[in-house]
Design a protein around this ligand. Structure first.
Ligand SMILES: NC(=O)c1ccc[n+]([C@@H]2O[C@H](COP(=O)([O-])OP(=O)(O)OC[C@H]3O[C@@H](n4cnc5c(N)ncnc54)[C@H](OP(=O)(O)O)[C@@H]3O)[C@@H](O)[C@H]2O)c1
Length: 322
C-alpha cells in the first residue's frame, strides 16, 4: 500500500474549510449561522491515491462506528462523520486505540438538520480527498415524539434520514463516478410497512413518529434505486442491517444483534470484491424484497423531483457551476 502523509496523532481543529462559494440550500434562513469547524488532522488535502476512501455518515456510534473500525483496520481510509464535534473526536480516538492507523482517518462534522452543513461536508470531501470510493448513507435519528422542523423547514426526520443523504450523494457523485464508486444506503425493514404520503410528505396534517421514521427509510430506499437508474457508472444499493443493539434500537425494536453483526453486511457490501446488483435492496447480504414503491418508476421520478425541490439542489449546483 502506498504511504500517505504522516500526520499528528492528536486531532487538531482548524478553521472551517467548509466555507465555499456555494450558497447552501436554505441559506436565506440559515445565513447568520456560522459553519461549524470540520474536525480533521491537517488542513491540506490528504494525499491518498491508491488507498480507497470511504465516507460513513453517522460513524460516531453503532453500525457506522463498527463499520469504520473494521474498514480502517483493513487499511481503508475512512472519513468519520457525525453531527457534533466532540463525538467525532471521541470516535477518532477510540478508533486509534483499537488499532486504526491515524494516517488513514479523517473527521468531519455536519448536522444534517441543516442542509448548509451537508453542502459543507461535500466541500470538505472535495477539498481533502482526491478520491471517494464508497459513500455509506448511514446516519439516522429516531423521530421525535412531536413533529419538528429543520432549519430548512422540512420535517426533521425526513431531512436527517433522507433529504441530507439525497443532497450529499448528488453533490459527491462526480468523485464517486471517477472511482466507479458505490453508494450504500442503510435502510430498515420498517420501510416496507409504510407509504409515501404524496399529499403530505412532510406530515403536517398527521404526524406519528414511527411513520415518520419509516417514511424516511422508504424514501432513502427508493432513492437508492433511482440513483442506480440515473447513474450507471455508480453502484447504488440499500441494505437493512437487521435489528441491532444501538442507541436507535429502543425506538424501533426490542432485541438486537451486536453492532458488530449489524456492521458486517455493510462492511462486506463496501468491498469492491463483493459483487452486488446495483439498484437492489439487500437484507443483510441477500437480495431482499423492498416496499413495492421501490420498483415503481413513476414514484421514483416523483420522489426525485420532490427531493430536488426540497433541498434546493438546482440552485446549489447552478451556483457551483457559475
Ligand atoms: N439499530 C437497528 O436495529 C437498526 C435496524 C435497521 C436499520 N438501522 C439503521 O442503521 C443506521 C445506523 O443506526 P444505528 O442503529 O447504528 O444507530 P446510532 O448508533 O444511533 O447511529 C446513528 C448515527 O447517526 C448520527 N446522527 C444522528 N442525528 C444526526 C444528525 N442530525 N446529523 C447527522 N448525523 C446524525 C449519530 O450521531 P451522534 O450519535 O454523534 O449524535 C450516529 O452517529 C441508521 O440508518 C438506522 O436507521 C438500524
Amino acid at each position: 500500500m502506498e504511504s500517505v502523509d504522516a500526520v499528528g496523532v492528536a486531532p487538531a481543529v482548524f478553521p472551517a474549510i467548509v466555507s465555499s462559494s456555494v450558497p447552501p440550500p436554505g441559506a436565506d434562513r440559515a445565513a447568520s449561522r456560522p459553519h461549524r469547524p470540520a474536525v480533521h488532522h491537517r488542513k491540506e488535502e490528504m494525499s491518498h491515491t491508491d488507498t480507497p476512501v470511504v465516507l460513513i455518515t453517522g460513524a460516531t456510534s453503532g453500525i457506522g462506528f463498527e463499520t469504520a473500525l473494521r474498514l480502517s483496520q483493513l487499511g481503508t481510509a475512512v472519513i468519520i462523520h457525525g453531527p457534533h464535534e466532540l463525538p467525532v473526536r471521541q470516535a477518532l480516538t477510540r478508533l486509534q486505540h483499537r488499532g486504526a492507523d491515524v494516517r488513514y482517518l479523517d473527521g468531519a462534522v455536519a448536522d444534517f438538520a441543516r442542509l448548509g452543513e451537508v453542502v459543507a461536508l461535500a466541500e470538505h470531501v472535495h477539498a481533502r480527498h482526491r478520491r471517494l470510493d464508497v459513500l455509506v448513507n448511514n446516519a439516522a435519528m429516531a423521530a421525535p415524539a412531536a413533529r419538528c422542523r429543520s432549519t430548512d423547514g422540512n420535517e426533521l426526520t425526513l431531512q436527517v434520514n433522507y433529504l441530507a443523504h439525497y443532497l450529499l450523494s448528488r453533490l459527491l457523485r462526480e468523485r464517486l463516478r471517477a472511482a466507479d464508486g458505490r453508494v450504500i444506503s442503510v435502510s430498515s425493514a420498517t420501510h416496507r410497512a409504510t407509504d409515501l404520503d404524496w399529499t403530505d410528505p412532510q406530515r403536517q396534517l398527521a404526524y406519528r413518529p414511527q411513520v415518520a421514521y419509516a417514511q424516511s427509510k422508504l424514501a432513502l430506499t427508493m432513492f437508492s434505486r433511482a440513483l442506480a437508474q440515473r447513474e450507471p457508472q455508480l453502484t447504488a444499493i440499500s441494505v437493512d442491517p437487521g435489528s441491532t443493539d444501538t442507541a436507535l434500537l429502543p425506538s424501533y425494536g426490542g432485541i438486537g444483534q451486536p453492532a458488530t453483526a449489524g456492521a458486517d453486511a455493510v462492511l462486506q457490501l463496501c468491498s469492491a470484491r463483493i459483487r452486488v446488483r446495483t439498484g437492489a435492496f439487500y437484507t443483510g447480504l441477500q437480495i431482499g424484497v423492498p416496499n413495492p414503491l421501490v420498483h415503481d418508476d413513476k414514484a421514483l421520478d416523483r420522489l426525485w423531483r420532490l427531493s430536488t425541490a426540497l433541498v434546493g439542489l438546482d440552485r446549489a449546483i447552478a451556483a457551483r457551476a457559475a
